[in-house]
Write a protein that binds this ligand. Structure first.
Ligand SMILES: Cc1cc2nc3c(=O)[nH]c(=O)nc-3n(C[C@H](O)[C@H](O)[C@H](O)COP(=O)(O)OP(=O)(O)OC[C@H]3O[C@@H](n4cnc5c(N)ncnc54)[C@H](O)[C@@H]3O)c2cc1C
Length: 329
């Protein structure tokens, strides 16, 4: 099959068209860019509960993204399948995306990059999800930090405006391919159902950020940003949030640094996906009592704060940080 003259920008955990590093580079470097999203069956097939709030959130976010692209005269190609197989059929000029630090995604991207390279199709990936990644904040001897406080000190010392600068994708929107609206699969068509989740708004509430250090530890107070879902799927830019944090509230900035810290840990120590970070904890002898576990899951332990947290999670998909610490300990 002949190679197309169209470049693909592959959305993954970066579901926004503004301040998106990979999209910026695709639009700047190429002349005709088609945005694409793949509902990855390697991930989705492992989800037994078809009322999955994450899939629902992604689907809603894609609908919004597609609408924004269509306002610009372009659209979003939404596919459902195994990305390695999909890319073995597509013949774009190039593929652009942003780094994903999960072990499965690293292997998948490597396989796609190798297979595209055999056809002389470049695969470009960029840092977008975090402020500092991989080896950018390490100990003086070059090894990764495993303790947060010294990591956060080095992180803050390294931070400057360069790392917080926004990628002005809008300067190059004219490079988006002009195309009629493309089909958009329903949740049912990809094997899922709508959930009852009400997702937090994609909005920074400055009043909450300003008093975050005072209010964040009170579960009954609406005192945290509720932006975790937007950070997870990239519907908001970490650069924008870190920039606000660095001006408004150092305690909140520390939370965003924790997020970078764990991304860094995941990249250096991918075994944490299935094993304890400290190997000794692998030898803990758990009670493994199925009915106790079930009571915990349903919020029926008899410990009011634990039950409140688990019920909040079951009802809304969210639990306050302080309560997470209690239910998990
Ligand atoms: C047992 C346990 C499990 C947790 N599981 C997750 C999880 O699966 N995913 C997740 O994003 N956070 C997790 N956290 C961290 C934290 O509880 C949530 O990020 C936070 O409650 C989300 O609410 P918020 O958006 O209002 O956060 P805010 O308090 O407003 O913080 C801003 C952002 O900083 C990041 N952040 C905050 N705390 C942490 C932290 N300790 N580690 C890493 N990043 C952090 C999140 O992206 C968060 O949205 C967990 C904490 C505990 C104790």
């Amino acid at each position: 099959m002949a190679k197309h003259d169209t470049t693909l920008f592959w959305f993954r955990r970066d579901l926004r068209i503004t301040d998106n590093a990979g999209l910026y580079h695709a639009l700047k470097n190429e002349s005709k860019v088609l945005p694409i999203f793949i509902f990855d069956t390697e991930i989705l097939n492992q989800l037994d509960d078809k009322h999955d709030k994450r899939v629902d959130f992604i689907h809603q976010s894609l609908a919004k993204l597609k609408g924004e692209l269509e306002q610009l005269g372009s659209s979003l190609l939404v596919l459902h399948g195994n990305p390695v197989e999909i890319y073995s059929i597509l013949q774009p000029k190039a593929v652009y995306c942003n780094h994903d630090y999960e072990p499965y995604a690293i292997d998948r991207d490597f396989a796609i990059k190798e297979s595209l390279a055999k056809q002389d199709i470049p695969f470009h990936s960029y840092k977008d999800q975090v402020i500092f990644e991989k080896l950018e904040v390490v100990k003086d001897d070059g090894s990764p930090y495993t303790v947060f406080t010294p990591y956060s000190k080095k992180w803050k010392a390294k931070l400057n405006n360069f790392y917080l600068r926004s990628y002005l994708t809008e300067k190059y929107f004219s490079k988006l391919i002009k195309i009629a609206p493309l089909p958009f699969p329903t949740l049912e068509e990809i094997g899922f159902e709508k959930t009852n989740a009400v997702f937090p708004e994609r909005k920074i509430q400055l009043k909450i950020i300003e008093s975050y250090h005072d209010t964040r530890n009170y579960p009954a107070v609406n005192g945290t940003s509720r932006l975790s879902v937007h950070l997870r799927f990239g519907t908001m830019s970490i650069r924008k949030l870190a920039s606000i944090a660095s001006q408004k509230n150092e305690t909140w900035l520390n939370e965003l640094i924790w997020r970078d810290f764990y991304h860094m840990i995941l990249w250096h120590f991918p075994q944490v996906v299935t094993q304890p970070f400290k190997p000794a904890y692998g030898f803990v002898e758990w009670r493994n009592n199925e009915s106790e576990f079930q009571a915990w899951c349903e919020g029926k332990t008899g410990y009011p704060i634990v039950d409140a947290g688990m019920r909040e999670l079951n009802e809304t998909g969210y639990m306050h940080n302080r309560v997470r610490m209690i239910v998990a300990s």
